[in-house]
Ligand binder design. Sequence first.
Ligand SMILES: *Cc1c(COP(=O)(O)O)cnc(C)c1O
Length: 396
Amino acid sequence: MYVYADNAATTRVSKTALEAMLPYFTEIYGNPSSLHSVGQEAKEALESARERIAKHLGCQPREIYFTSGGTEADNMAIRSAAALGARKGKKHIISTAFEHHAVLHTLNKLEKEGFEVTLLDVSEGHNITAGQVRDAIREDTCLVTCMFANNEIGSVLPIREIGAVCKEAGVPFHTDAVQAVGHLPVNVRTDNIDMLSLSGHKFHGPRGVGVAYIRRGIPPVNVIEGGGQERGKRPGTENLPGIMGMAAALDEAIEKMDEHTAYVTGLRDRLIEGLSKIPHSVLNGDAVNRLPGNVSFCFEGIEGEALLLLLDARGVAGSSGSACTSGSLDPSHVLLAIGRPHEIAHGSLRLSLCHENTPEEIDHILKAVPEVIEYLRKMSPVWKDLEAGKRQYITP
Ligand SMILES: *Cc1c(COP(=O)(O)O)cnc(C)c1O
């Protein structure tokens, strides 16, 4: 048995999404900017996808900009609010310490360009409150950007309340909703969201395609320059197969959301309960307000990389928050932000489930993980010291 439990990294393209894409490679392959009928047919499809997605989000079709994915949408939205702020002499931005790098690195860049960034503390309950946002807003705040749900530890933020605080203060509010759209109800009107990022491949659509929703009244800033596509704000010939696949995947995810949420939450809770029995383990993330498919733990006396490799050999595909795989020796900024010390942040495991996972697969994970951890701990000098009392355990 091989279990794919890394759906927060990417998902399988659904049959519906794949079938929705195919005609746009082979039959309706025109360029939507072409004036002939082949092009116009492509244009109609593009605009129908835009309308469907806008309807799901609760916005106007003209507020949707197709991008190359979540990363680009984050860059575009943040840059748009920053440019608008700068024009008014407002150069303060509020965000959280556990954002995705697409947000954090854009903010780092803006800091170098003269903006001031406040990152809200997420150590309390592994989440933030709308009150923290309210307290951080200043006269010169031009943007609040808080993710809808965290990709590593699964915390779901109080977006509607944060949005209400921003609305009251007249500060544009962006949310990186890449982990939320297609998994949780999201509506930009009722949730008081001015800008939002989503990505097709996180809800069983294709990779390399996403959306930036930017409310009318916030002038979008070009991340790249070129032709007139997407009202000149996101030039480049549209990825029509990708867009059609993403729209179909979103239709399907939203239609089946209640059913999938109930099922996946059941699997998640059984996995969390089982893994909690491993001695010296701690759950990461908000235990209550949590993504349906997210399971994230730190295990003491373990290296995340070794755990992942052995689990892969045992037929479990997971992920580790520790970033050694991405060429850095630092543990995940998310785990450090919630207050995990380096020693245990290195021993992290994220398992992210979807509706395709089965109860038998959960049984398989629940057998494999404790065995691999026991094996690794037996070989670990750190673990020997802990057992011998030469070192203090950090976890209970
Ligand atoms: C995956 C992800 C992104 C990046 O999206 P891409 O489409 O892969 O560029 C951004 N933010 C979050 C929270 C994500 O999970």
